[in-house]
Write a protein that binds this ligand. Structure first.
Ligand SMILES: C[S@@+](CC[C@H](N)C(=O)[O-])C[C@H]1O[C@@H](n2cnc3c(N)ncnc32)[C@H](O)[C@@H]1O
Length: 269
């Protein structure tokens, strides 16, 4: 299968920026996923674990966790961070360099989680189904699947202003002293296939005032609520809960997130 992550995470600069982007560092989902991991009792499999933003807090909470990711620069940063953890935390972590559309770890997990939307990097239904099939084979009989997608805002999906660069933040001081400003835009919309070509644009200004523009370009799928419910059913899952945010509020019109909690359906269900 062709890999679409190459433009996004297969780059040391982007992996470093990932760990230094304020809205990622302060994203309010970590407690939610740690609570799910603790409630499961482990072992946990995190797909698209990246640099360990969620995985490390799960391991610190005394839960055995395997992180799977296909982007070497992200996994390398995770390994560096893990090496600085106490030995008992390190002992609870396994890392798998693999593609979430095609993996076989030869064991089962009480919880499979996919925090911060890696599932939306899967563009086609075939890719989504391949991933869900792998997950189902890796879930123990009472195991749970937990993942989040953004709740598509129909206004934003069609607004022509979306092609213009919009500022997310500016003046953020990076550890190397440079200042980071970040903007984003849609480069193209593919409404029939339900994905956008997204550009995240980093404007890096050094002490001499020189600004470098670094563009992270990638296709990103959007999913609708009932589409995911049908997809889960088609792939042998039963939806147990749908939240609209990480405070576990019910999914509603203005919810920013769609957080799906599913279980393996019994055969024939
Ligand atoms: C937005 S990051 C999320 C990282 C982490 N879960 C977190 O919450 O910080 C998305 C991650 O998904 C990974 N990813 C994307 N497509 C993937 C695939 N097909 N197989 C494995 N990992 C993938 C990327 O390499 C990246 O590390």
């Amino acid at each position: 299968m062709e890999s679409r992550v190459s433009g996004i995470y297969m780059n040391e600069l982007f992996a470093w920026l990932y760990d230094n982007t304020p809205m990622y560092v302060s994203r309010e989902d970590v407690g939610f996923f740690v609570d799910e991991a603790v409630a499961s009792g482990g072992p946990v499999l995190e797909l698209g674990c990246g640099t360990g933003r969620v995985l490390l807090p799960v391991a610190r909470a005394n839960i055995e966790v395997t992180g799977l990711d296909c982007a070497e620069p992200m996994v390398a940063r995770l390994e560096e961070k893990l090496a600085r953890e106490p030995e008992e935390v390190q002992g609870r972590v396994r890392i798998a360099r693999a593609d979430m559309r095609d993996f076989d770890l030869g064991r089962q997990f009480r919880l499979v989680m996919i925090p911060f939307r890696p599932f939306q990097h899967l563009i086609t239904v075939d890719e989504q189904m391949a991933c869900l099939g792998c997950i189902r084979r890796h879930l123990s009989p009472n195991g749970r699947l937990v993942f989040d997608c953004f709740h598509p805002d129909l206004r934003k999906l069609t607004d022509p202003a979306g092609f213009e660069e919009a500022e997310e933040f500016s003046g953020h001081k990076l550890p190397d002293g440079r200042l980071l400003r970040r903007t984003h835009r849609f480069a193209a919309r593919h409404v029939a296939e339900q994905y956008n070509d997204v550009e995240i644009i980093h404007h890096l200004t050094d002490a001499e005032g020189r600004t470098e523009r670094v563009v992270q370009a990638f296709p990103f799928r959007y999913c609708f609520r009932y589409e995911v419910e049908h997809l889960l059913a088609r792939c042998g899952f039963r939806l147990v809960e749908l939240f609209g945010n990480f405070d576990r509020s019910p999914f509603a019109d203005e919810s920013p997130q769609m957080i799906f909690i599913a279980e393996r359906a019994a055969a024939g269900e």
